[in-house]
Design a protein around this ligand. Structure first.
Ligand code: FMN
Length: 200
């Protein structure tokens, strides 16, 4: 079915892209997708996401870090980590997303609620906010003909990744390679609405 407008068509056309052409992404395009990410809603308007952009040598350093750490894990985890590092190596630019942890740290104070009751809640809200930012980035990239993939498996080495990103106090969210797809993406089928939605 044809999407009713360009926003819906970008949502529909977004598929994970893991192999990229050797073609640069312009700074202007990168800026546009970062602005889209930064436009996301956030709990208590904390906007506590941070975007860390990696190209060239820094990107290669991240690839080496992941490949080295992958060796500490058994299969299939080591394979998934290596696949992630390959996608990063293949993309011209990578956007890593981390939370600052501010809402996690200050949430109970802001809302004057007991730490025991709410610290988990604030942690979740901070993660949800950054997840919205990541999704904005993915959709905006699609709308501009760019491919992306949300690499979450790196959470397994999150301490190393966050230290590498200069966000040691933060929470790992995603590493997103961005570039032009090497081939048209054909992701798995989505479940029918009849399975995932119910009307009460
Ligand atoms: C939170 C999250 C973590 C993910 N982590 C990975 C990952 O580590 N490696 C990977 O190749 N894909 C990863 N993906 C992409 C999913 O595999 C992909 O979205 C799913 O298979 C559906 O395909 P589609 O994105 O083409 O619709 C992740 C997606 C999400 C939302």
């Amino acid at each position: 079915m044809k999407a009713k407008n360009s926003t819906l068509s970008s949502i529909k056309n977004r598929r994970s892209v893991r192999v990229f052409l050797d073609k640069p992404v312009s700074n202007a395009d990168l800026q546009t997708i970062l602005e889209a990410a930064n436009q996301a809603p956030s709990a208590h308007n904390q906007q506590s996401w941070r975007f860390i952009i990696l190209r060239g040598e820094k990107k290669s350093d991240l690839v080496s870090l992941i490949s080295t750490k992958a060796g500490n894990f058994p299969k299939p985890t080591s394979v998934l980590l290596r696949l992630a590092s390959r996608s990063i190596a293949s993309a011209p630019v990578v956007v890593a997303v981390a939370n600052t942890g501010e809402l996690i740290l200050r949430g109970t104070e802001l809302f004057k609620v007991d730490k025991n009751i709410a610290s988990d809640f604030f942690r979740i809200m901070e993660i949800q906010s950054s997840a919205a930012a990541v999704q904005n980035l993915l959709i905006a990239a699609t709308s501009m003909g760019l491919g992306t993939v949300w690499l979450g498996v790196l959470v397994l080495i999150k301490k190393d990744i966050l230290r590498f990103l200069g966000e040691p106090e933060g929470e790992f969210m995603a590493v997103v390679p961005v570039g032009y797809a090497a081939r048209p993406p054909a992701g798995p089928k989505k479940q029918p609405l009849a399975v995932v939605a119910k009307y009460l």
